[in-house]
Design a protein. Structure first.
Length: 252
């Protein structure tokens, strides 16, 4: 592949919609990652900006198919475009990733947790000047070695944190399962156990409407189960209106 000169071309961003729409949802990310060609396009664009025909050749699919995928990614504000002058004819449209995202999904018994965070970060002008000055002074090799060590330290820390997260999730899952089985042996109903599990997970206090939304059980069954738990002095319900109340685990 020929090396492209990184110029500052006139940008024509195709993502001129409402800025508030840039937040990706779980459904958006699953839609993106659920298609193998889109995954490969994102992977290639994470390395450098590319044009549609180039992507089509690398993926061995039609340029029309690539363009459709790029349009989908552009609608979700994940990809932006810019026009770059070409020596071989009309301007060439390049595509680049417009933002970075972290998606974490944890699934297991009593566990369904999703985390979506935007992770894009622009270097400061001071950082760029510092690196430029090192190169200007002929310290390129030192710069490369120091950067390599820093990158490795970052990767090691990320790996350590990921291992720690797995360890904590295993501990959380084990605790949730142990509590559920113990309550089952004590004769608590499925709905009662679900109520207590959610209250534990959410810090001990929820509004009734929040509880119903989280459990997705019939509201009359949840109300009946709550009344039984209140009679046993396990939870306390403070009614705010006929349809809303504050549900909390009793103080010890």
């Amino acid at each position: 592949m020929s090396k492209r000169t990184k110029k500052k071309p006139r940008e024509q961003n195709c993502n001129d919609g409402d800025e508030s729409q840039k937040t990706l949802t779980l459904d958006d990310l699953f839609e993106i990652l659920g298609n193998p060609h889109r995954r490969e396009i994102i992977k290639l664009l994470s390395q450098e900006e590319r044009y549609a025909f180039e992507l089509a050749k690398l993926l061995n699919i039609s340029q029309r198919a690539v363009t459709k995928h790029l349009e989908s990614l552009s609608r979700l504000h994940l990809v932006s475009t810019k026009e770059v002058p070409s020596n071989q004819g009309p301007q060439r449209r390049y595509y680049a990733l417009d933002s970075g995202w972290l998606l974490s999904v944890s699934i297991g018994p009593k566990v369904f947790q999703t985390i979506i965070r935007e992770i894009g970060a622009e270097p400061s002008e001071e950082e760029i000047k510092k690196i430029t000055e090192q190169v200007r002074r002929g310290r390129t090799i030192d710069l490369l070695w120091n950067s390599m060590r820093e990158f490795q330290a970052i990767e090691n820390e990320i790996h350590r944190l990921e291992e720690r997260k797995i360890e904590l999730l295993q501990k959380r899952t084990s605790l949730a399962e142990a509590i559920d089985r113990a309550f089952e042996r004590m004769g608590f109903s499925d709905v009662q156990r679900d109520i207590l599990r959610v209250l534990i997970e959410k810090g001990g206090t929820l509004y009734l409407t929040e509880l119903i939304e989280l459990l997705q059980d019939p509201s009359d069954e949840i109300r009946e189960a709550l009344e039984q738990l209140q009679e046993q002095e396990i939870v306390l319900i403070t009614w705010i209106s006929p349809n809303e109340g504050r549900v909390a685990i009793q103080e010890p």
